[in-house]
Ligand binder design. Structure first.
Ligand SMILES: *Cc1c(COP(=O)(O)O)cnc(C)c1O
Length: 362
């Protein structure tokens, strides 16, 4: 019998892509698949996003894994190259690159390549992580246009820092600055991450760059996927491995961090931080057993968690399935109980968890 299992619903994934296209009907979709497709399985997810126009990853290794897996769609390296020796590999594997600084620009200008490279020039409009300064834009644009190593169709992009917050006008400011800079240039534009796709329709332009929403999870603060018509693609489950009694004041688990204020029963479930479940999930973080919510208690261990099931009115027994997050329990809510974001929980699912791909009727 399997314990920890990540069930990935490929029809939910496809539904979310269609929903994304409904929300941004005039934009091409660059589906973001970095970090093992947010923990969902890189190649498998790519194989089932046939309606995306391109894929994006953070690292060359991720792009090469996609090519090895038979994926032929355009792939963009969101952070570009890290060394000039990457460039021939990009050409050989038909990979597109972001240029966000002088080092990368010089490497491209000085390279001896068999074919020109498709480049996305990234401008820092206020995120202050990667990207050239607005004042450098014209010079970079001209140098890239003038390089024999750069393909005709130079593309332009920027990234938002606060699009998840609808009350913050930073997104508008970044968009205005970007529009002003690129005014008059005949180049495809790409700005929006999931939060901007959902919350800021004026940022959609030629291409959007969604990640999280494709997996059915809300990019917006205090909302869940369902609020945007999305369906969670991952259902993380395990099983009950023991049901036992504890007495009033018995301290449970490492550090004796929790004790009951009355006699109660615990379900011990077979999943822990060694599977990627957050160790910082607080007492009361919900799990679903037999269709009902119960709260975890005590420290999350590597392989196990204790769940308070009271006097066990529903007769929970060894072998019963437990949903940690999924369609019946939003990962957004679990993330909040662990003082983190759903991105981190999804990415952290470890290889010890068995992955099962299903196609639910929809
Ligand atoms: C990760 C990433 C995205 C996707 O972000 P989501 O919030 O998951 O939609 C888009 N653009 C860049 C540059 C990224 O690094």
């Amino acid at each position: 019998m399997r314990l920890a299992c990540a069930e990935i619903d490929l029809s939910a994934l496809q539904h979310n892509l269609q929903r994304t296209k409904e929300i941004a009907p005039h934009s091409k979709v660059m589906a973001v698949l970095k970090a093992n497709a947010y923990g969902h399985g890189l190649v498998k997810i790519a194989q089932h996003l046939g309606d995306a126009d391109a894929f994006a990853v953070a690292r060359l290794d991720e792009a090469l894994a996609l090519r090895m897996g038979g994926i032929t769609k355009p792939i963009v390296l969101l952070e570009g190259i890290f060394h000039p020796s990457d460039l021939p590999i990009l050409i050989a594997n038909n990979l597109q690159t972001v240029v966000h600084d002088e080092t990368q620009l010089e490497a491209i200008e000085q390279a001896d390549l068999d074919a020109p490279l498709t480049v996305w020039l990234k401008v820092d409009t206020g995120m202050h992580r990667l990207g050239i300064e607005p004042e450098q834009f014209e010079a970079f644009y001209q140098r890239l246009k003038g390089s024999k190593n750069v393909a005709e169709n130079l593309r332009l992009m920027t990234h938002f820092s606060c699009a998840d917050d609808q009350q913050n006008d930073k997104t508008q400011q970044q968009t205005s600055l970007f529009k002003q800079l690129v005014d008059g240039k005949q180049a495809p534009l790409c700005l929006a991450n999931s939060a901007a796709v959902v919350g800021w329709p004026t940022t959609h332009f030629d291409w959007i760059r969604p990640g999280l929403m494709l997996y059915g999870v809300s990019p917006m603060l205090n909302q869940i996927g369902r609020d945007h018509g999305l369906v969670p693609a991952m259902r993380l489950t395990t099983r009950v491995i023991a049901v036992r009694k504890v007495k009033l004041n018995d301290a449970v688990g490492y550090g004796g961090r929790w004790s009951s204020d009355k006699d109660t029963m615990l379900a011990v479930i077979g999943l822990g931080y060694g599977d990627g479940y957050p160790r910082h999930a607080q007492n009361g973080t919900p799990v679903v057993i037999l269709g009902k919510r119960y709260g975890i208690v005590g420290s999350v261990s590597m392989d196990m968690i204790t769940v308070n099931i009271g006097d066990n009115p529903d007769g929970i027994k060894v072998g019963d399935e437990v949903e940690m997050w999924g369609p019946n329990l939003p990962v957004e809510e679990v993330a909040q109980c662990a003082s983190t974001i759903p991105y981190e929980l999804l990415c952290n699912v470890t290889p010890r968890v068995s992955y099962e791909y299903i196609t639910a009727a929809r």
